[in-house]
Design a protein around this ligand. Structure first.
Ligand code: UD1
Length: 379
């Protein structure tokens, strides 16, 4: 029997993780993959362009849920996903990352009873295996919605594929330590980056922005803790504006942040800021690869800058990706002006060397495929 694995993607940071998995799964013989797009992100700039640029096949199933509060969005994904499981009867449900689509689909799958049990390496199962790619990340900050998602998804997953070397020990502290369950495989997002780097270098984005050959910084901000409170956002922009006196800043603005800036009536000084729409994958990769420094509150960008050897300043109090600090180019500085200024000077001094965490080598998706082949061999 060939098992069926539904692979779920919903929001921008999911697409660069699902792309290499679907590519690697094409060679699988024990299971076949089908792609479910929840529609959490739906704008061409946050979704469609990644499918085109990364060669992701059209989704087999689209839930089309759209935006909403956390409860509305999560509930809507769950209610739409359950009938899909009914119709598809999959032996596995694979989720990536930590967005609302991740927890919603994992939770539905964890409670779903199949019409017919199946056999796999863990024995007879009446429920699909829940498979989490990017398990074992913790910021230890429950004010982050993603932290809640990460903890819950890991707790109910049957197979946990870990990207950060610290993740295996961290899961063991939470009593998730069965080696048949937890696998350190490296980082699938880096598979995508390494595969796309040459194509990204053909991008014209540096010419369009007029920054080719010049030192510049890239700013991205979208964490609710930074952008949803007007006082915090205004303060952060004032600090960054001072950084802009040191090095000009390119600021691709996430829709959440654009709404907040518009509501506050903020206008950034064009002498220091290039305020632009979000980029597709290739343009953003080229922009990041050539930056003098990146200032961000994103999770994935901390990892991408590490592999590119570009200094990253994380505008948060914590990171769930500690190897980007211990084995990479990341400085986690928070939002205090003096700390950011010092971090910028350190970044621009050239003192930050290039180091790459173990197994971030472009082969992570193939490792996951190989584990799944073994797991489903008994099916
Ligand atoms: C979500 C993820 C976050 C991830 C981020 C990447 C959760 C809890 N959060 O946050 O972890 O880092 O995606 O972008 O899952 N909007 C659009 N177009 C879209 C989608 C959204 O304009 O295609 C606007 C909507 O007004 C929406 C707002 O952006 O209300 C926020 O979108 P949402 O998906 O709720 O959260 P993100 O901030 O994008």
């Amino acid at each position: 029997m060939v098992a069926k694995v539904l692979c779920v993607a919903g929001a921008r940071p999911n697409f660069m993780k699902i792309a290499p998995l679907l590519a690697a799964f094409r060679d699988a013989t024990r299971f076949q993959a089908r792609l479910v797009h929840t529609g959490q992100h739906y704008d061409a700039k946050l979704s469609g362009i990644f499918f085109d640029e990364l060669g992701i096949p059209r989704p087999d199933i689209e839930l089309g849920v759209g935006s909403g509060s956390h409860a509305q969005q999560t509930a809507s994904i769950m209610a739409s996903f359950e009938p899909v499981l009914d119709a598809e009867q999959p032996e596995g449900v694979l989720v990536v990352g930590d967005v609302n689509s991740t927890i919603a689909c994992a939770l539905v799958a964890a409670k779903f009873r199949l019409q017919r049990p199946f056999r796999c390496s863990v024995g007879e199962r009446a429920r699909p295996l829940v498979i989490h790619v990017e398990a074992g990340l913790r910021s230890h900050d429950d004010d982050m919605p993603e932290e809640v998602n990460r903890k819950l998804v890991d707790a109910i997953s049957d197979l946990l594929f870990v990207s950060d070397p610290s993740g295996v020990a961290l899961l063991a502290k939470e009593n998730v330590s069965d080696p048949a369950r937890v696998h350190f495989v490296g980082n699938v997002m880096i598979d995508t980056l390494l595969g796309a780097k040459e194509r990204a270098a053909q991008s014209k984005v540096l010419d369009v922005l007029g920054v080719r050959g010049k030192p510049y910084g890239v700013v991205t901000l979208h964490r609710p803790s930074n952008v949803d409170d007007p006082v915090n956002l205004r303060r952060l922009l004032e600090v960054l504006d001072r950084v802009g006196e040191r090095v000009s800043l390119v600021f691709p603005v996430h829709p959440r942040t654009r709404q907040r800036l518009a509501a506050m009536g903020v206008a950034l000084d064009e002498a220091r800021w290039k305020v632009v729409e979000p980029f597709g994958y290739l343009d953003f990769l080229d922009l990041t690869a050539n930056a003098a420094v990146v200032l961000t509150d994103s999770g994935g960008i901390q990892e991408e800058t590490t592999v590119l050897g570009v200094p990253c300043i994380t505008l948060r109090e914590n990171t769930e990706r500690p190897c980007t600090v211990s084995d990479g180019t990341n400085q986690v500085v928070g939002t205090e002006p003096a700390a950011i200024a010092a971090a910028v000077e350190h970044a621009l001094s050239g003192a930050i060397g290039k180091r790459v965490p173990p197994l971030w080598d472009g082969k992570s998706a193939a490792r996951i495929r190989d584990v799944l082949e073994t797991v489903f061999a008994a099916a």
